[in-house]
Design a protein around this ligand. Structure first.
Ligand SMILES: Cc1cc2nc3c(=O)[nH]c(=O)nc-3n(C[C@H](O)[C@H](O)[C@H](O)COP(=O)(O)OP(=O)(O)OC[C@H]3O[C@@H](n4cnc5c(N)ncnc54)[C@H](O)[C@@H]3O)c2cc1C
Length: 361
């Protein structure tokens, strides 16, 4: 089998990349090891509305129609984020977001690529590179001119291209709880989720309940932490799913030869809150445009590295620095509580918006 561009992973990053390439009239094939796009859901399912995104990522020029999400996929509009410290403090931040049905969301993002002519093979796993123009997959060899690693935090394409992995990857667990949970997103910090946070994110008739932790900071397994959190908040959850989130900011280099990385594979995540869906989509669009231009005789793939860094790197770097400082200095309950009290809602809002926390760094 042969394609001009092989996209590994049909999550938000891969689908948005494939869409732009197909839109430019080029041949693009996406493969995904999942049998069903978007399932199982390993996500909190929360995204900021487009106006909030513009506050977080003011340099991005790649919005367009990316965040026009059909009403059936939006589960609920949320108005506030409430943050809870380990010793009883709480802060409310006005922040408009949406919760989505991620299973349907990922399918919708792929559908947009398919409409432009992109092809998809599900149930096909990338296993490694045969050489710089051929991939080994569970469905045999696939030849390509350009390969895109949009295969998530544990990217095998990244490994095959010998690009660096993120320094820190958090482990997360999530489940659904029935009921009406209002329109406020809640985030809980402290021993409830060492090195991360626990969340309750309201959906239409359920809430997404979960937590993310750093293994090195936690002595309890994720399931036990979630059980304790549920017990404390009197929540009954259904089945759990697990996932990973890169939380050390973007990796140093995202392009090598005729390959590039996008989304979680490149560490393009807001490290302070683990949000990666919108950045994956924006960087996917940038990647798709740069690849199309390179294949049509424009600047080489290195333009992708320059362009995504120009548009979104700074907020991602700020968030990674804030997260690193919090991990280093705020691991104790008391220190964390005091820091939250010192920052107050205004400082915490800056952290959510991926702004520099202090003017010192
Ligand atoms: C528990 C949890 C909660 C989260 N909550 C939120 C949230 O509320 N809001 C938010 O914005 N972000 C959240 N995130 C992060 C968000 O899910 C990711 O940032 C986002 O999905 C990144 O998109 P992506 O396309 O880069 O990767 P993914 O969505 O991970 O897609 C990667 C795709 O590649 C496929 N794949 C992987 N390896 C291979 C292979 N070898 N061969 C073929 N296919 C492969 C996978 O099957 C998958 O479909 C959360 C993450 C977790 C784990």
């Amino acid at each position: 089998m042969k394609t001009t561009v092989l996209v590994v992973g049909a999550g938000p990053a891969g689908s948005c990349t494939a869409r732009e390439i197909a839109r430019a009239g080029l041949d693009v094939l996406a493969i995904d090891r999942r049998e069903e796009i978007g399932f199982p859901v390993q996500c909190g399912e929360f995204i900021p509305i487009a106006d909030e995104l513009r506050r977080i990522l003011p340099g991005s020029e790649a919005y367009g129609d990316l965040f026009e999400i059909p009403p059936g996929i939006v589960e609920r509009e949320t108005r506030y984020i409430d943050l809870y410290g380990p010793r009883g403090s709480s802060f409310s931040i006005k922040f408009n977001g949406l919760t989505v049905d991620r299973r349907r969301f990922d399918k919708e993002i792929w559908r947009r690529a398919e409409k432009e002519g992109a092809r998809l093979s599900t149930g096909v796993e990338f296993q490694g590179l045969e050489n710089s123009g051929s991939a080994n997959t569970s469905a045999g060899k696939i030849g390509f001119d350009v390969i895109v690693g949009a295969d998530g935090p544990l990217s095998r394409v990244r490994r095959a291209l010998s690009l660096d992995a993120p320094k820190s990857i958090s482990q997360a667990i999530t489940a659904q709880a029935a009921g009406d949970w209002g329109d406020r997103v809640s985030m809980y910090f402290g021993p409830v989720a060492p090195g991360g946070y626990a969340w309750i994110i309201p959906k239409r008739e359920t809430a997404n309940v979960g937590l993310g932790v750093q293994k090195v900071m936690s002595s309890l397994p994720l399931t036990e932490l979630l059980r304790l959190f549920q017990e404390k908040h009197d929540i009954e959850c259904g089945e759990t799913t697990y996932g990973q989130v890169p939380i050390s900011g973007p990796i140093k280099k995202t392009v090598r030869g005729n390959g590039l990385l996008v989304g979680d594979a490149a560490g393009q995540v807001m490290a302070t809150n683990g949000g990666g869906i919108p950045i994956a989509m924006i960087c996917g669009r940038i990647a798709g445009r740069c690849i199309s231009s390179a294949l049509r005789g424009g600047p080489d793939l290195g333009a992708y590295e320059t362009e995504w860094r120009r548009q979104v790197y700074r907020p991602l770097r700020n968030a990674a620095r804030t997260k690193a400082i919090a991990d280093r200095f705020l691991s104790g309950d008391l220190r964390l509580e005091l820091a939250m009290k010192m920052l107050r809602s205004r400082g915490l809002e800056r952290a959510i918006l991926c702004k520099r926390l202090f003017y010192l760094f």
